[in-house]
Write a protein that binds this ligand. Sequence first.
Ligand SMILES: *[C@@H]1O[C@H](CO)[C@@H](O)[C@H](O)[C@H]1NC(C)=O
Ligand SMILES: *[C@@H]1O[C@H](CO)[C@@H](O)[C@H](O)[C@H]1NC(C)=O
Ligand SMILES: *[C@@H]1O[C@H](CO)[C@@H](O)[C@H](O)[C@H]1NC(C)=O
Ligand SMILES: *[C@@H]1O[C@H](CO)[C@@H](O)[C@H](O)[C@H]1NC(C)=O
Ligand SMILES: *[C@@H]1O[C@H](CO)[C@@H](O)[C@H](O)[C@H]1NC(C)=O
Ligand SMILES: *[C@@H]1O[C@H](CO)[C@@H](O)[C@H](O)[C@H]1NC(C)=O
Length: 585
Amino acid sequence: MVSSLILVASLFACASAKRHWQMRRAEMVLHQYVTNIPPGFVDDGPANPESVLDLRIALVQNNKNGIIEALNNITTLGHPSYGQHLSRNETAQFLAPSPETVAAVDAWLQNAGLNATATTSIGDWLQLNTTVGKANDLLAANFSLFTNTETGQQSIRTLNYSIPINLVGHVDFVHPTTAFPIATSPQGTAAIMARAPNRNGFDANGCSADIVTPRCVQMLHGVPAATVQVGQPPARGVSIAVAGMNEQWANREDLATFLAYYRRDIVASHAQTFDFVTVKGGVNTQTLALAGDEADLNIQYTVGIAAGVPTTFYSIGTPDVPYGSSHEDLVNWFIDEDPNSLPGVLTVSYAGPERVFPQPLAERLCTAYATLGARGMSVIYASGDDGVGRVDPQTNQCPEGKFVPFFPASCPYVTAVGSTSITAAGQQRGAQFSGGGFSDLFSNNQLDWQLPAVQSYLRGLYPQYNNGVFKTTGRAYPDVSTIGSNVAYDWRGTSRKGTGPSASAPIFASMIGLINVARAEAGKGPLGWLNRFLYENPGAFVDIQQGSNPGCNTPGFPALPGWDPVTGLGTPNFNALKAAAVARP
Ligand SMILES: *[C@@H]1O[C@H](CO)[C@@H](O)[C@H](O)[C@H]1NC(C)=O
Ligand SMILES: *[C@@H]1O[C@H](CO)[C@@H](O)[C@H](O)[C@H]1NC(C)=O
Ligand SMILES: *[C@@H]1O[C@H](CO)[C@@H](O)[C@H](O)[C@H]1NC(C)=O
Ligand SMILES: *[C@@H]1O[C@H](CO)[C@@H](O)[C@H](O)[C@H]1NC(C)=O
Ligand SMILES: *[C@@H]1O[C@H](CO)[C@@H](O)[C@H](O)[C@H]1NC(C)=O
Ligand SMILES: *[C@@H]1O[C@H](CO)[C@@H](O)[C@H](O)[C@H]1NC(C)=O
């Protein structure tokens, strides 16, 4: 095996092995590596060479910066391309690998007797079923069995891998390889549950520190109760997509119970439900006892807020290991979707700390979100529910003493939604769990739409943090917030309350869904990527100036006048936001 040859050569440097080693070195170059086994894992020795590996190969896209440039053009008022969303084929010219890349990678795999399948129509991702033994040869790797000491879960990973020198510039990355499934669970931005054994304790119109209902969302944010009428078929972009991951299933019976109690008005006029689409084998099992808390919350606060807007639940079958795989399959699904059936809004309440995502995958995903924005889709992610970061229970500190940015919220091409809660005095304040901060991965130096608001915040920031606790030059989030504390919903036949931006993302997505209906009525297309528009209209938000998001043994960030990393621009004033959106070309 290649990898053992390298080792033998470096240890003994005997003449023949050394020659072989130099030859190998000349053709293989180290592509990705980690120097040590990440904390929390033990090495259980080399993986069985016959074990099957499902490898994904990301090919270099021929012009990934072009898509960002196109997105900026399309969303900049007055630009000749303003509002001209790209077609699937127009995005392909940026995202497809070049013919040279395709040829080089094909030759490499064919030479190794391997058979890969493109998982996207433009061929920028390949999937390959192979064995550990063959993968070790192909990548000069040493795939081993690593056990997560906390969960006992075993994963096959390698500390490093190489690619032939002629493939540098053609292969972006291969995974799963060096990214370890770290114990931190990105299982939703998990709602904090308060058990509620019966309906009696829940006021159907409740709106207080203790309970938030759809009626409360309408009152706080000015969302109309009326059920909207959409054309048949609905105009382009008049629909909401809700993502389901981690075997979270959205239950129709729970939705019906929820609507019957909290939205009698729409139940009377319309049988409200949602459609279902399977992505990569995802299912939506309807056994009540298997309903997902996150999925139920997400579907109830879309169907139950954006009354009348067609809503579809997309269940992704791919396990999110390494982190990002389900997000990857989700975006690839929409990138290949027909332009006329591409939903106008996508809301996702699953996320994790940036560091658990393989960096090249996170970058790739961020390009994909920009692509969807350029196609006319508003991609909305919950901002995370650990404030500036949750301490590691073992060390009682945040890793490396730094704040913990959340991805995908930290990608500038999603709209990150944080949360507010209601004070005893009945006012909104930044919720202490509201995830927010500054990306370590994505820089803000090109983000002309965000930079002035963020710099203004940083100038007014007190307390000051030591240099390096967060990266002042990182993309800052959240962009906006909505109420997200003690949100009433139904799960497995019981009433519950959920807390977290998991509730806020669907609420904000619903508002954008309703606004897209108003734009369609005015003969205009869906909004697509929102951030430039949002930051140009701070007056459409209620500026939240109370609250903070503590974490990592610090007070976190305070909510201050203007944008802040707890509540973003603030909570929407629906009518003002709608007016600004409908006035926009
Ligand atoms: C491969 O990893 C195993 C541990 O999993 C180690 O014992 C072995 O020395 C490694 N081989 C090489 C060539 O580095
Ligand atoms: C963006 O617009 C500029 C002109 O303002 C143009 O030169 C450039 O080609 C456009 N880029 C893309 C990718 O459309
Ligand atoms: C899009 O590209 C595909 C593949 O290159 C081609 O078959 C198809 O005709 C194109 N569609 C349009 C609308 O240009
Ligand atoms: C490669 O895969 C395709 C589709 O899965 C199959 O039709 C073909 O026979 C395979 N070729 C080899 C050499 O295994
Ligand atoms: C890999 O194997 C899975 C099942 O284990 C199968 O569904 C998939 O089609 C295979 N992919 C390729 C590229 O052969
Ligand atoms: C790659 O990992 C192996 C252990 O599997 C190690 O022996 C080797 O030194 C590493 N090589 C580099 C260049 O990091």
